[in-house]
Design a protein around this ligand. Sequence first.
Ligand code: FAD
Ligand code: SIN
Length: 534
Amino acid sequence: MATDRPKVLIIGSGIAGLSAAIHFSTFSDVILLTKTTLDEGNTRYAQGGIAAVWADEDSFAEHKQDTLEAGAGLCRESAVDVCIEEGPARVKELIAWGVEFTRNADHPAEYDLHIEGGHHQRRILHAHDFTGLAIEEALIRKVKSLPGITLLPNRMAIDLIMEGKLSSQTSGKGLGRCLGAYALDTETHTISPIAADLTVLASGGTGKVYLYTSNPDVATGDGVAMAYRAGARIANMEFMQFHPTCLYHPSAKNFLITEALRGEGAVLRNLEGRDFMRDTHEMGSLAPRYVVSQAIDKELKRSGAPHVWLDVRHMKREDFATNFPQIHSMCEKFGIRAPEEMIPVVPAAHYMCGGVLVDEHARTSVEGLLALGETACTGLHGANRLASNSLLEGIVFSKRAADYARDTLVSHRPPRSLRTLPAWESGRAVDMEEQIDIAATWREIRTLMWNYVGIVRSDRRLLRARERLALIRHEVNEDYWKFRVSRDLIELRNLLTVSELIVESALRRKESRGLHVNVDYLESSSAEARDTII
Ligand code: FAD
Ligand code: SIN
């Protein structure tokens, strides 16, 4: 029987997209598309866990204080309050949906709580060191069990469909409201429009903008780039978080060594064996993440060494293997005999604190368009995210978004005339004969971003990056309109847009704050204590 339930399009199947699908499906039909397989995305690789006030000795006030301190004066307090106060209920929901967090070995009725950089209390629930996988699998099971959700893997959103671009139907200001998205079926290579009353960007992070990253290949910033092209406000893109400890090994691709190890006493050492964090911050190796990454960067530049060590030698082999099984087996695979031997680590691009600017209901500045998870900038993280606060943000805001939409969506649906959308126009585009240009340009952007827009920046290098990106833009735009679109070409274009947004935001911030360090303005300035909005 045909229904006239509202239709919600969700782009992305990480914690944000899947939990949104569960909540939205209570009152609307949901179409969820995802670029590759359902389980691929940053969520799947989360190790440390999910932060929430859980233990009796912890409090909302302390979690808030740690979040604000890590955020270096730029968190939006209302977003912090919402996340921290609603967090425990959302974590209980995850447990009800089947996520099995690790229990305390001595008190099995309780959960084991980890501690990570910047936290002053144990408050991180985890599933050993594969928390993200445990969450992702439980959410996929839940979503598959519910009616009203259509799952479309191998379907890549190309661009949002904007009312203002449908020539005869233009109304309102700017590009008007969002009416859905064009999606590429990466198996059949066909493109179709998907109409929706509400479109939710939950397409994850932007780590692939940098040469070295902890992120998987799908993290190319597509959501931010699409929202930008649709005229949405984008905030704080200069705040790319570099994780201090990714495995340094020529054959290891994107492998993280969780901060929870430092929570259990592991210490960073330089190649001379000195605990250099002890002289840098009162929390030593457990200082907020940006402090640790910047200290490692300084240490690597000072010594010319290719990596630093993570010293785990205080741990017993059986504890290491039981509590950190994934890291244990990865070390074994690469011939590193941890915990008896130290683990070689380097910083790598990890998490985008900025993104599509949203309010406390996940609404962007474009009507009909929401953003969730790593794609969004809710204000929770400010200038530096506190460890394990992002899984939390994903589940809290997906529920808030659905609750708000449940009350408002029916009266805000687009008129029927806008629910049938035109087919994708390929024009005279032809197939690209070879992919070599895409691969070379992709590498050029990522190398440029790593070398010129990395952990420590300067105006001179940022300006050079801006100039080079402008030249690359010229070439990429030409290819985009000349050739038939492919996943690679779409991602390249999005990577470029996100890189330009990062550089532009970094140039606008005339100070150093949190994750953004510019040697030309080494101090923070109260006049600059505001969001960078493009
Ligand atoms: P993702 O999980 O990245 O999902 C995005 C989805 O969108 C993917 O399915 C992707 O394929 C899809 N997609 C992207 N573009 C398109 C497109 N154009 N069309 C269709 N689909 C698209 N955070 C914590 O809080 N605790 C941790 O312990 C932790 N550990 C981490 C460890 C690693 C190695 C990494 C990389 C991140 C970690 N983080 C952690 C950060 C956290 O995992 C992410 O911020 C969070 O999972 C993001 O969830 P998400 O749903 O927004 O995006
Ligand atoms: C980690 O486990 O170190 C990553 C945690 C996070 O990114 O929040």
